[in-house]
Write a new protein. Structure first.
Length: 602
């Protein structure tokens, strides 16, 4: 009986314990279900990102984050905050992204701190806080290196270098691009390493901190790795850019080889083909190979015209006119200059107009027609006055030529006209020399490059042309436009310095001699009635470009896209058929995400 009297109390205790056990099992079940839901939402978010649906991805990551708040697993909570922050950055809401990324600060193990620093860098980059972005990218790159992740280190260094470009720190940008190339090489991404080396050489040329040997070394390594590029269009673009860099170094033979290697790779793209042909013709002008240059000039002019690139077409006509003048075909040269002049008028290119007028004035003087020569020189002076960065030495030269034309007219009036000869003075070698030393027979010295030594070629609206008042010319005369060079075809060969003194013809009519074009991915800025089937594109490289004469140290923050993805290919094709639409945020801002499984390593 006694035992029976105590049983109700014990039964109540057992019942309470049993109820607590049931609730514990129920809580575990609910947490497991929440974990499964988070996994599904995270997976759905990643799938939406792959399909380019940034809003759907953001919605999924929001739900996953809310579900993670309800459970006690801090690792999952951090992972969901990490993903949501990254999604906000890609959706164009960097400040919200930063807020959630800060909630994702890792615990003791800190395995994912590199990705976190990378995403914070992307967010600050979107906010145009380049210094903060650079700091986060630098930390991320160092952490990736410590983890042995060369591929991610290379991607991060590419982003870091672009921050330095926007801060106009060319030397640091070059160094970081070089580090990116080393990281890619270690990771086996040789095509990306080639792209990084090309960027290295480009920014070495803009800096005063590197010797010519440094630049040539980077270009040579880039050539060695160029065989790793399997995409023909990317390889064609690379060779074209290498040609432009060798041109700035006045290694014209190397530049010509680069353009020749690019030529068969771009045949299927008329706009790109036109650019390469224009540059190849310009190189032959530079080398005095005028007969070889004619077909390149004519084909490039025709292609630019068919693409609606009127200004580029004008420069090709100007190049053609110069070559014809040197061959003594003065009448045909005059017609080409007139075509160039009209193209420059159509595009309001005052620099091109005064150059064409100067060329026409020279031809009329050669044909002993001082009246028209006087008219053209006056027009050239008028157009020069409209140029923002006109050089005093150019004005002085035009005034002197105008004076010569007036003196000739006076002499003809006093003596009577001379018999007219169509091919009189086949070359303008009676002109004063303007380019007496172009590093002709001397090897390159290993000294720091000066801006007036390499950057006497400017990029203006996409055309690399000669700068006014070069320090290499005599008497402050103006240097030729955009000189070019060429690469050895063997991938393991190093460029050699030029062997011969440049001929005298390089000193004549500098502004109309060699107009190079680096608007490889888009038409020039003044297209007239471009074909409807192939509209011009908005190119990112403008972080760079369009055409006339600005130093290669032009603000590259307008050439390089603020938005470079984490997976840097560098030579990505921007097909002209994209209607110029801006890339969606997902394309512009690549963040790094983690899955719940990865999050458990936090």
């Amino acid at each position: 009986m006694a035992s029976g009297g105590s049983s109700p109390h014990e039964g109540r205790k057992r019942k309470k314990k049993s109820d607590g056990s049931l609730r514990g099992k129920s809580g575990t079940t609910d947490e497991s279900q929440a974990q499964a839901d988070i996994d599904k939402l995270t997976s759905a978010g990643h799938s939406a990102l792959k399909q380019g649906d940034c809003l759907e991805a953001l919605n999924c990551f929001k739900k996953a984050y809310k579900a993670a708040v309800e459970i006690k697993e801090t690792k999952v909570h951090r992972a969901c905050a990490f993903n949501l922050g990254a999604a906000y950055v890609e959706a164009g809401k960097p400040q919200k992204g930063i807020d959630f990324l800060r909630k994702a600060q890792p615990g003791e193990k800190r395995e994912r701190v590199a990705d976190l620093q990378y995403n914070l860098g992307v967010a600050h980059e979107v906010l145009e806080d380049q210094a903060q972005a650079a700091g986060h990218y630098l930390q991320a790159a160092q952490l990736y290196r410590s983890q042995g992740d060369g591929s991610s280190e290379g991607d991060t260094c590419m982003k870091l270098a672009r921050c330095h470009i926007r801060m106009k720190d060319w030397s640091q940008a070059a160094e970081v691009f070089r580090r990116a190339a080393e990281s890619y090489r270690v990771a086996g991404r040789l095509d990306s390493a080639a792209v990084a080396l090309k960027q290295t050489s480009t920014h070495m040329l803009q800096s005063e901190s590197f010797s010519s040997e440094d630049v040539i070394g980077a270009l040579s390594q880039c050539l060695e790795l160029s065989v790793s590029l399997t995409d023909q269009h990317s390889l064609g673009k690379l060779y074209n850019e290498l040609g432009l860099s060798f041109s700035q170094l006045k290694l014209f033979g190397e530049a010509a080889e680069c353009y020749e290697q690019a030529l068969p790779l771009v045949r299927s793209k008329p706009r790109r083909l036109a650019v390469v042909l224009q540059n190849l013709g310009a190189v032959h002008n530079t080398l005095g190979q005028y007969q070889q240059a004619l077909d390149f000039h004519r084909e490039a002019a025709a292609l630019h015209g068919s693409q609606g690139s009127r200004r580029a077409q004008g420069r090709c006509f100007s190049n053609l006119a110069f070559a014809l003048t040197q061959l003594g075909e003065l009448e045909e040269a005059g017609e080409s200059y007139l075509h160039a002049l009209q193209a420059f008028k159509d595009t309001e290119d005052y620099m091109g107009q005064w150059q064409a007028c100067e060329g026409l004035g020279e031809i009329r003087l050669q044909l002993r027609d001082p009246d028209k020569a006087t008219l053209y020189y006056k027009q050239a002076l008028g157009m020069l006055s409209k140029c923002k960065d006109s050089d005093g030495s150019v004005q002085e030269r035009l005034v002197n030529k105008l004076s010569q034309a007036l003196q000739l007219r006076l002499a003809l009036q006093q003596r009577g006209p001379f018999p007219r000869r169509a091919n009189q003075n086949r070359s303008f070698h009676s002109q004063p020399r303007r380019l007496t030393d172009m590093n002709g027979g001397e090897p390159f010295q290993s000294h720091p490059l000066r801006k007036n030594q390499l950057n006497d070629h400017k990029v203006e609206n996409g055309f690399l042309v000669g700068a006014a008042a070069s320090s290499l010319g005599s008497g402050g005369e103006q240097r030729p436009h955009g000189e070019t060079v060429m690469l050895h075809t063997q991938s393991n060969s190093r460029p050699e310095p030029p062997h011969t003194q440049p001929p005298d013809h390089l000193s004549v009519l500098p502004e109309t001699n060699r107009n190079l074009n680096n608007t490889y991915e888009q038409p020039d800025g003044q297209n007239l009635d471009p074909p409807q089937s192939d509209p011009p594109t908005d190119i990112e490289h403008s972080d760079h470009l369009h055409e006339t004469i600005q130093q290669t140290t032009t603000d590259q923050s307008k050439e390089l896209p603020v938005s470079q993805g984490a997976d840097v290919t560098g030579l990505q094709e921007t097909d002209s058929g994209n209607n110029g639409s801006a890339a969606p945020p997902l394309v512009r801002w690549k963040s790094r995400f983690c899955t719940i499984m990865h999050a458990k390593s936090w």
